[in-house]
Design a protein around this ligand. Structure first.
Ligand code: PMP
Length: 361
């Protein structure tokens, strides 16, 4: 068996140690005689797995006690609707920062539920290549919350700061950046993320929400879309994504063993710097993103001659460097280098890029 370096934006590579542990426990979890997939979510075995995962996540992220952690389904895309359904009721209005493809989707969905102000739009000539400056937007007096996307997965654009929204709750789509570095959770009203990048397998969605924001849903909000339903039931109102929850728990333990988020942050910063340095040192490769806003997690790059794209991908694939094709809206390549991508994977990619340029540049 040969494992490749998988640069997919999501579902993305998982730590090999975690996959091996899951393999070892597949048929018989800790002497229970069954797979975690086969357990009742209300049994004591699964309850212990679920509780431990939440305790570990709280410890890793330093989540204050007045925040609930919800283990849900529906992906980050369901949160695009659940957030306004649960949070917009106070005033009927919310502010959104429009900085790339995913915030655009969040805005389109939120518009079904109230009055949305796009307080800043960083699109220029049809492209998103930077985040707004910290003083580049204001907060509407009537905003029930401000929503932003700290890391735009498709464009590779990241906010280098946490927006200051004063008393107005800040809501963040952290799908592609959660757990990549330490974070002051108390700056946020709500954080959400689909699991399939830095947490675990697709099918699990994590929501971290300050408890005073729960309990005021719009009239007609279905029980499954009401945060209170899940907060009151410990995310066990219905059957949660049990296997994803279990794998996420193993990823949290893996992160703790790596030195927690501070340790991860050092590695991630180094990985990203190596790749951007290689791109900047060459006139054959280019990254269009403003230097201060370059993502640590998703690195898009183009080749000077786009007719070489297919050949680049073919040779990269042969070298065991997979899923490097860029998103169709941006073109070129994209290397997603989440927590589970080892530094050796970035080294191998940089080496391959240098060699490809030597042959074809
Ligand atoms: N937001 C961001 C920032 C994303 O990267 C993605 C998925 N790539 C989504 C939302 C959508 O997530 P899901 O597929 O879990 O609905």
């Amino acid at each position: 068996m040969a494992r490749v370096y998988n640069f997919s934006a999501g579902p993305a590579a998982l730590p090999e140690e975690v996959l091996r542990q899951a393999q070892g426990e597949m048929l018989d979890w800790h002497g229970s005689g069954m797979s975690v997939m086969e357990m009742s979510h209300r049994g004591k075995e699964f309850m212990s797995i679920a509780t431990e995962a939440e305790v570990d996540l709280r410890e890793l992220m330093g989540i204050p006690d007045n925040y609930k952690v919800l283990f849900l389904q529906g992906g980050a895309s369901s949160q695009f609707a659940m957030i306004p359904m649960n949070l917009i009721g106070r005033t009927g209005e919310a502010d959104y920062l429009r900085t790339g493809s995913w915030s655009k989707k969040a805005i389109a969905e939120a518009r079904r539920f109230g009055e949305i102000t796009v307080s800043v739009d960083s699109e220029q000539d049809g492209k998103f290549t930077s985040a707004p400056s910290a003083d580049g937007f204001s907060v509407s007096a009537e905003a029930a919350y401000v929503h932003y996307t700290p890391n735009e997965t498709i464009e590779g654009v990241e906010f280098p700061y946490i927006p200051d929204t004063g008393e107005v709750p800040l809501v963040a789509d952290m799908s592609s950046t959660i757990l990549s570095r330490p974070l002051d959770v108390s700056r946020y009203g709500l954080i959400y993320a689909g699991a399939q990048k830095n947490i675990g397998p697709a099918g699990l969605t994590i929501v971290i929400v300050r408890d005073d924001l729960i309990g005021g849903p719009l009239d007609g909000t279905p029980a499954m879309f009401n945060y209170a339903t899940h907060a009151d039931a410990g995310s066990m109102y219905n059957t949660p994504p049990t296997y994803g929850w279990y794998l996420a728990g193993m990823v949290f333990k893996w992160l703790k063993a790596k030195g927690g988020l501070a340790g991860m942050s050092e590695i991630n910063q180094r990985k990203a710097a190596k790749l951007y340095d290689a791109i900047d040192a060459s006139s054959f490769y280019a990254n269009p993103v403003a230097t201060a806003c370059r993502s640590w997690m998703n690195v898009p790059f183009t080749l000077a001659d786009a007719s070489l794209d297919a050949e680049f991908l073919r040779q990269a694939g042969e070298a065991g460097l997979k899923t490097l094709k860029g998103h169709r809206s941006v073109g070129g390549m994209r290397a997603s280098i989440y927590n589970a991508m080892p530094e050796s994977g970035v080294d191998a990619l940089v080496e391959f890029m240098i060699e490809f340029e030597r042959k074809h540049g």
